[in-house]
Write a protein that binds this ligand. Structure first.
Ligand SMILES: [Zn+2]
Length: 148
């Protein structure tokens, strides 16, 4: 995870974005969060830290980050409602809990579950739908069984 202003400048430059104070604030808040926040939640987090950023600025900035590969936009967990954002752009799977939380699967488990989908099933999907599968990307649903 990038730390410090200089590294953020480099990170933004590598992704073709100018480093502005607003972008720094929003990226820092997103990167500090492990809860896959919505734009509204980030707005609250950034507002607490400084104040003055509009929700529209948050949305626009998150759009720019997503387009440039600085964050991932996750579909709304239950197919409706606001989408969530993830500063971890390495491929990993998520589990959506019934209380609305979105947790990361550890990367090793993401890899294991996604590589263990049987090739025969993938072949049949390709054949029956007339598609070519480039990557398996899973989202799990469930509920917490202990307080975390
Ligand atoms: Zn994630």
């Amino acid at each position: 995870m990038p730390e410090g202003r200089t590294d953020l400048r480099t990170l933004f430059r590598e992704h073709g974005l100018r480093c502005t104070r607003q972008r720094e604030q929003i990226y820092t808040a997103l990167a500090a969060s492990t809860s896959h926040p919505t734009a509204e939640e980030l707005h609250v987090a950034v507002k607490d830290a400084d104040g003055g950023l509009s929700l529209a600025t948050i949305y626009n900035t998150l759009d720019a980050f997503s387009e440039r590969g600085l964050c991932r936009r996750l579909p709304a967990p239950n197919g409706s409602g606001p989408c969530r954002f993830d500063a971890d752009v390495d491929h990993h799977a998520h589990i959506v809990l019934d209380d609305g939380r979105v947790l990361d699967l550890p990367h090793d488990l993401s890899r294991r579950i996604e590589t263990e989908v049987p090739q025969t099933v993938l072949d049949e999907i390709e054949r029956r739908l007339g598609v070519r599968i480039d990557r398996v990307s899973l989202q799990l649903s469930g509920r917490a069984t202990r307080n975390t």
